[in-house]
Each structure stands twice: as C-alpha cells, then as structure tokens.
Design a protein around this ligand. Structure first.
Ligand SMILES: *Cc1c(COP(=O)(O)O)cnc(C)c1O
Length: 376
C-alpha cells in the first residue's frame, strides 16, 4: 500500500448521512453539506446521492458540487471575500441563496444580479456574538471576528433594501463555529435566532440558516463513530419559536465526514531521543494540518501489529517545522521501521486542507466498504 494515503469508509459515511437525515427530517429540517470539510469527488457523489444540499465557500466549490450531482437549488454560498466571478457563477447557476457578509457585498450582488436581469435570493449572515467555546481559530460567531454583518451594517442594509431591485432577502444566516460538543451552545443559538426573527416579522422571511459546527468524538471514535444528531436537532426543535412556515437549514461538515476517514502512514524511522522516543512517519502536516494548526488531537493506532500497546512515542512527520507532530506520548506497540499507523477521525479538514508544502506529493486516497474491503 502506498503511503501516506487517506482511506475512507463509505459504509460509515452512508450510515452517518442516514442518521443525520432521519433525525433532521423529524422536524422538516434541510441539510446542506459543507463542502470545504472534504471535497473529494467520490465523497461528494456519495453525499449528493443521499439528496443533501451543499454549502459552498468558493466558486470552485459550487462547480464541484454541481459536478458531483448536487442540485443548484439546494446550494448556498457564504464567504467574506466573494469575487465578482464567483458571484456571477452563483447567479448563473441559479443556486438557492447567497449569504451576504458585508454591506458592500450586498450592493455588488445587487448590481451583478441586475446586469443579469435576475432577482437573487439572499440571506444576511450575522454574528450572534455567542462564544462556541472551541479553539480560537474555529470560533466564528463572536463580534471580534471577520464573519457576518455588524449591527451597524445590518441597520444600513435593511434601510437600503427597498431600493435594491435585484436581490430578495429571504432570511438570516448564523454559524457560530466548529467542533462544538456542548449542545447548549446550539440551544442558545436557536433561542437567539428566534428572538431575532420576532423583531423582523415585517420582512416576511421564509428561511433561517443556523450553519454547522456539531463536533465529533476525536478521543473515542470507535465508541462514537456517528455524532449525536438526535440531541443536536432536538436542541433546535426545543428552542426555535419562529413561525412554522419558515424553512430551517443546517450546514453540517465535520459531523458528516469526520469519522469516515483515516490517514494511513508508514513508520520511516524509530529514533531514540534523550527524553522520548520518536516514530518518524511518512505523513506530514501537509497531509493533515489539524494538529499543527489547531493543536488538535487524533487517536492513532498501529495496523501492522497486534502486540500490546506497551510503549509511548511522539509521532512526528518529515516536514521542516517543529509543529509537524501528530501527537506526543501516544500509546502504541513496540514499533519498527515499516510499521503502518492510522490516524483516525481524519475525514474532515484533512484531505481538503492538504498542501504540497516541501513539494511533497498530492495525498492519494482509497475507499473501503467494510474494513479492508476495497472499492476502486
Ligand atoms: C465551515 C462552515 C460550516 C461547516 O462547519 P462544520 O464545523 O464542519 O460543521 C458551515 N457553515 C459555514 C458558513 C462554514 O464556514
């Protein structure tokens, strides 16, 4: 087996989607998979086949979504820095909604839509100022960060809206962060959105988008391969008090794909340091950047040995950066050069964030159904 390689279990992916659909459809909720979590074409096709919508943050993601079979009228588009080309693409493709993140963007979208003689459905992205309690790089809903319209911009946007003939405001969009395991944060968001909507009854909104952010269990992926979607959607159902005719939309990314992928890597060298032992592996932060970028911890196991986990190693990559470490003091069996390790829970923000730093090769991937059953 070539290494490093992303290995995806499509059975687990399908089961996860099925649970997400089952639990959300109880309340008539709509799901848009956040493409940026993993945009591998086969993963996208698998998700599109289950009829989820797509949440995109670039023009190329919109193209990838359409190519994978997502329907245009289920695609939503967010991002603070949409270019003219990307806005044109979104309008030409007739996607469902553009999420507007600044006052200036509102004027640009209106202008481009007017040129194309189309009335573009839009939602304003807002910052509920709720601290999701996650790593600061993945907290998006507090007022210091760059996402969404500020209160002043919102007032101004609503004031000029009647003069903008090529956009139609359908609702608001919130996204408070990622890897959120404290379900009460979502209850808070639902309560916040409900209160907010009650102040805008006169706008006749029919759309509410509450973003993504549900976390996965990185510590015990074997015990919890599928996130607790039941509890998640119930938190919204119990706390949303908006009118029944308003459609509720979600943008799950990590919770759909996080657990179905592993990064398989080979031990190149065992190196005895002065204080600890290093397992130098052939995967680096260019293949999986989460540990280096967010101090994220991933469970790691050895698949080439069935011996007891009697040793501890720092599992490090080959890249010329000290942050190129997958974990410190990881319990593992006694390793040898050539052993295969797998880094679990790498399906989200793994392959999609990989790069060619140090001119390393593009990370290949393979697909399995059950463990070891390969699909080409
Ligand atoms: C990244 C992102 C998501 C997905 O977040 P997850 O934590 O992966 O569920 C959803 N909506 C928006 C706007 C995003 O930027």
């Amino acid at each position: 087996m070539e290494t490093p390689t992303y290995r995806y279990n499509l059975d687990l992916l399908r089961q996860t989607i099925d649970v997400a659909i089952e639990e959300s459809s109880r309340y008539g909720y709509n799901l848009h998979y956040a493409i940026k979590a993993n945009s591998n074409p086969k993963i996208l096709e698998t998700i599109a086949q289950r009829n989820l919508g797509a949440d995109c943050v670039s023009g190329n993601e919109i193209k990838a979504a359409l190519e994978a079979g997502f329907l245009a009228n289920t695609i939503v588009f967010a991002g603070v820095g949409k270019t003219n080309n990307e806005i044109e693409l979104a309008i030409d493709a007739r996607i469902k909604c553009i999420h507007i993140e600044s006052f200036e963007e509102l004027l640009v979208v209106n202008q481009i839509a007017a040129n194309k003689k189309h009335i573009m459905p839009i939602a304003f992205r807002l910052n509920p100022n709720l601290d999701a309690g996650t790593h600061k790089y993945i907290t998006t809903g507090v007022s210091q960060n760059k996402f969404g319209l500020s209160t002043n911009e919102l007032t101004e946007a609503i004031r000029v809206l009647p003069t903008l003939s090529a956009v139609e405001l359908i609702g608001f969009h919130f996204h408070i962060g990622s890897q959120i395991l404290n379900i009460s944060k979502f209850a808070d968001l639902a309560a916040y959105a409900s209160k907010f909507y009650s102040g805008y009854k006169h706008l006749q909104l029919n759309y509410l988008n509450v973003g993504g952010g549900l976390g996965i269990d990185y510590e015990n992926p074997i015990l919890n391969p599928i996130p607790n979607f039941a509890e998640y959607f119930e938190a919204f159902a119990n706390n949303l008090t908006i009118d029944n005719h308003i459609e509720v939309h979600f943008e799950p990314g990590r919770s759909i794909v996080g657990q179905c992928g592993e990064l398989v890597t080979r031990v190149l060298y065992i190196k005895e340091g002065n204080e600890r032992s290093f397992a130098v592996v052939d995967a680096g932060m260019n293949n999986l950047i989460r540990p280096a970028l967010y101090q994220a911890k991933h469970s790691i196991y050895c698949e080439s040995s069935s011996n007891e986990y009697t040793e501890v190693y720092d599992v490090v990559g080959p890249i010329c950066e000290s942050s190129d470490t997958f974990g410190s003091a990881i319990p593992l069996p006694k390793l040898m050069r050539g052993d295969l390790l797998a880094i679990r829970s790498a399906g989200a923000y793994g392959e999609s964030m990989s790069s060619r730093y140090n001119l390393r090769s593009i990370t290949p991937c393979l697909f399995t159904l059950k463990q070891e059953q390969l699909v080409m």
